[in-house]
Design a protein around this ligand. Structure first.
Ligand SMILES: *Cc1c(COP(=O)(O)O)cnc(C)c1O
Length: 368
């Protein structure tokens, strides 16, 4: 039996994608080979990577003056590649500046990594109230190399409801946990990046969408594999790319297209999130720790509404245990923040969310 997996990542993949991958496991498209066995320089694989990119461009509405890169190293390597490529000064030159808005663990990690290569300014943070909101984002100082935000904050369950005005400074966003979860105006950004393992495919593949004029700015001495221009010039095949991950992402994109694209995905995701938030609003046992205007559609944390530390821990442990026994798994919150969290990415069907909401109601009735 397949469970409903509420993991924050790696997370559920659409069942039709897994079934198709299984059917093509030993013989992909009449090639007599698995995609895992193909040369990344072969015509067969070239067709796969080109189709994946074309689908992504269509579904995300990526303008022609942006490049799509399929990389490795996860979103975390982008915490280093972004400053190395967009903001590192040549040796002997004064450090450049970039803006980072601090909205939680991943945003902070990005800023910490950026600070190794440039002057990372953090003019706004929501750390004063446990990252339960998105702070007012001030305009950048003149001359900043870029302006970095984490569009959806996976751990605390917040999202930017509107984008900051950055003037001519390129807006850079980590979209790891919200890629293709709803329509996004790519032209507002200089660079977008995402680890694939939440909304797009398996772990090991990282997506970068970068405006062409931002390519080729890496400081000399930057290692080849960390340079966007090297990957762009080689069509993401400077070295062996994560071929199987790119293939699976292509299947996920086909599934998104077949189910109506980003618009329809956004509608379904809002419906799913509304189910849980509506339950939480009326619950006496649980509440959302996130301010209403900034609640994520993808990651929905909830905590016991009252009780001391020991009682909360008891509720959380019992909830996670009983939910898992009912086929609703991975509902424990992040180890750094505790509580519980339901991650309801694109591949989570609404039936799974209905089951969870029903389970929560029953659990509450037995508990309160
Ligand atoms: C999961 C996550 C990361 C880390 O991704 P890796 O691919 O494991 O490096 C970074 N940022 C956000 C917003 C995430 O959700």
């Amino acid at each position: 039996m397949r469970v409903y997996n509420f993991s924050p990542g790696p997370s559920m993949l659409p069942l039709p994608v897994l079934e198709r991958a299984a059917a093509e496991m030993t013989d992909a498209n009449g090639s007599g080979q698995s995609v895992m066995e193909m040369s990344h320089r072969s015509g067969e694989f070239e067709a796969i990577i080109e189709r994946t990119e074309a689908l992504l461009r269509e579904l995300m509405g990526i303008p022609a003056n942006y490049r799509v890169l399929f990389l490795q190293g996860g979103a975390s390597l982008q915490f280093s590649m972004v400053p190395l490529n967009l903001g590192a000064a040549e040796p002997g030159q004064p450090a450049k500046k970039a803006v980072y808005i601090d909205t939680g663990v991943w945003a902070k990690k990005a800023a910490e990594e950026g600070a190794k290569f440039l002057d990372a300014l953090v003019p706004a943070s929501s750390g004063d109230r446990a990252y339960s909101y998105i702070p007012e984002a001030p305009p950048p100082e003149p001359g900043c190399a870029y302006y970095h935000i984490t569009l959806n904050n996976t751990i605390v369950g917040t999202r930017w409801a509107s984008l900051p005005e950055t003037g001519g400074v390129p807006l850079v966003a980590d979209i790891s946990s919200c890629a293709l979860s709803e329509p996004l105006d790519v032209s507002r950004f200089g660079l977008l990046y995402a680890g694939a393992q939440k909304n797009l495919g398996p772990a090991g593949l990282t997506l970068v969408v970068i405006r062409e004029d931002l390519i080729g700015r890496a400081a000399s001495g930057t290692p080849a594999l960390l340079r966007y221009d090297v990957h762009a010039d080689a069509g993401s095949r400077y070295n062996t790319p994560p071929c199987y991950g790119i293939y699976i992402m292509g299947l996920v994109l086909e599934w998104i297209k077949k189910t109506g694209g980003a618009e329809a995905m956004g509608k379904r995701n809002r419906e799913k999130a509304d189910l849980l938030y509506t339950y939480l609003e009326g619950s006496r046992l649980f509440r959302s720790p996130v301010e209403r205007a900034f609640r994520s559609l993808m990651n929905i944390p909830f905590v016991p509404a009252e009780g001391d530390g020991a009682r909360r821990k008891e509720i959380e442990a019992r909830f996670a245990g009983e939910a898992a026994a009912a086929g609703l798994v991975n509902l424990a919150g992040h180890r750094l923040v505790g509580g519980m969290r339901a991650s309801v990415y694109n591949a989570m069907p609404i039936e799974g969310v209905r089951e969870l909401a029903g389970f929560m109601k029953k659990f509450e009735a037995n508990y309160v």
